[in-house]
Design a protein around this ligand. Structure first.
Ligand SMILES: C[S@@+](CC[C@H](N)C(=O)[O-])C[C@H]1O[C@@H](n2cnc3c(N)ncnc32)[C@H](O)[C@@H]1O
Ligand code: SF4
Length: 325
C-alpha cells in the first residue's frame, strides 16, 4: 500500500521536499589520461577516494533524494575498477544512473558490465564529427575512433542509452550540422556544452577566453557558433527527438526565453551573469535534457556537493539551474 502511495506522490513530485536534488553528480575520480586542450584534469595526480567512501555516500544519498538521477563523472570515471559496483549500488538505492566517458576504455567487456550494473544513460563525449577535429581537441590520435566504437558498443546493448555530449567551440562549430545528422540517423540524443574555462584551473578567470585555444577568435568563428546554435535551436523547436527532453520531470523554458539565451554568442556575454555559473561562455547551453543548464556547469558545482549560491532554482546541488539565475 505504502509503495503505491509513494509511486503516486513521486509522479506528482510531492514526496520529495523542495530543494532536494533530483540529479546528483559524483566526480568519482580526478584522474584522466587524455591531454585535452579544453580540460587540464589529466594533469591532476590526486589519488581517488576509496570505494567505501562512495558506497557510504550513495547509501546516504539514496534515502534522502532517490528517486533521482545519479551521474558518475570525473576525470575519466571508467578508470575506476569499482565503477560498475558503485553504479549497481546507486541503482539499488533508487537512482537512475548515468555517466560520462571519453570512450577510450569502453571495451566489449566493460560495456557489458556497465549494462549489467543497470546504467541508464552513457554520455559519450564527441566534440565534432571528424577525426581531425576530435583528435586535435582531445590531444590524442584515435580519440574520434574510440568514441565512435564506444557509441556502437553501448548502442548494441539494451542499456545504457547513448547521449552524445559535444562541446561547442571555435574549431568544431562548422561540424554541428553533420553531427546532428549523425545523431538523428543513429536515433541518439545530443547534449551540447558551451566551452568553458579550462576544467583543470582553480578559480575563475574572467579573461580565460583570451588564452583558450578553442575559443573563437574571429568574427567568422563567432558566426559559425551562431549558425550552429541556430540549427540546434531549430531542431529543438521542431521537437525532434535528438534535441527534446526525454524525461518530463526536467524543467523547461519557453522558446522565446530560450532563444534569447541561446542566440547570444558574443564575447561580452562571456561575463558571468550569475556567480554560480562562472563558466558560462557563449551565453547558451543547449541540452536535450534541459534548456539553460549544462552538464558541465552543473557538474562543476555538484562534484563538491555544494549548492550554488543562487539555489539552483529549487533543485539544489546546482544541477538543474538555468543559465541565468
Ligand atoms: C570533465 S569530463 C569527464 C568525463 C570524461 N572524461 C569525458 O571527457 O567525457 C565531463 C564533460 O565535460 C566536458 N568538458 C571538459 N572540459 C570542458 C570545457 N572546458 N568546457 C566545456 N565542457 C568541457 C567534457 O567534454 C565531458 O563531456
Ligand atoms: S575532458 Fe574528459 S577526457 Fe578530457 S581531460 Fe577532461 S576528464 Fe579527461
Amino acid at each position: 500500500m505504502n509503495g503505491a502511495v509513494d509511486r503516486v506522490l513521486d509522479r506528482v513530485k510531492l514526496r520529495r521536499a523542495p530543494g532536494r536534488p533530483d540529479q546528483v553528480h559524483l566526480a568519482v575520480t580526478d584522474l584522466c589520461f587524455l591531454p585535452c586542450l579544453h580540460c587540464d584534469i589529466w594533469k591532476n595526480k590526486t589519488p581517488d577516494l576509496d570505494g567505501h567512501h562512495w558506497e557510504r555516500l550513495i547509501d546516504r544519498l539514496g534515502p534522502w533524494c532517490a528517486p533521482a538521477g545519479m551521474n558518475f563523472v570525473g576525470g575519466e570515471p571508467l578508470l575506476r575498477k569499482d565503477l560498475e559496483s558503485l553504479m549497481a549500488r546507486a541503482v539499488r538505492n533508487g537512482f537512475e544512473v548515468s555517466f560520462n566517458t571519453n570512450g577510450w576504455l569502453v571495451t566489449d567487456k566493460r560495456a557489458q558490465s556497465i549494462c549489467d550494473a543497470g546504467a541508464s544513460i552513457a554520455y559519450v563525449s564527441l566534440d565534432g564529427i571528424s577525426a581531425g577535429t576530435v583528435d586535435h581537441s582531445r590531444g590524442r590520435a584515435g580519440s574520434f575512433d574510440k568514441a565512435m566504437e564506444a557509441i556502437d558498443r553501448f548502442d548494441s546493448l539494451p542499456n545504457p542509452r547513448v547521449v552524445i555530449a559535444a562541446i561547442l567551440h571555435g574549431e568544431n562549430a562548422a561540424e554541428f550540422p553533420e553531427l546532428l545528422d549523425f545523431v538523428r540517423d543513429r536515433k541518439l540524443q545530443l547534449v551540447v556544452q558551451p566551452l568553458y574555462q579550462n576544467f583543470g584551473e582553480v578559480g575563475f578567470d574572467r579573461n580565460w577566453h583570451e588564452s583558450s585555444p578553442l575559443f573563437p577568435k574571429t568574427g567568422a568563428g563567432i558566426a559559425a557558433i551562431d549558425h550552429a546554435v541556430d540549427i540546434l535551436a531549430a531542431e529543438r523547436m521542431r521537437g525532434e527527438p535528438s534535441a527534446t527532453q526525454w524525461d518530463s520531470s526536467w524543467p523547461t523554458r519557453s522558446i522565446s526565453e530560450t532563444l534569447s539565451q541561446t542566440t547570444d554568442t558574443s564575447v561580452e556575454r562571456a561575463t558571468p551573469t550569475c556567480p554560480s555559473m562562472p563558466r558560462a561562455t557563449f551565453g547558451c547551453a543547449i541540452s536535450s535534457s534541459r534548456w539553460g543548464a549544462s552538464l558541465t556547469s552543473s557538474h562543476w558545482h555538484s562534484s563538491g556537493m555544494v549548492p550554488p549560491p543562487c539555489g539552483g532554482v529549487g533543485k539544489s546541488a546546482g544541477v538543474t539551474g538555468p543559465a541565468t539565475c
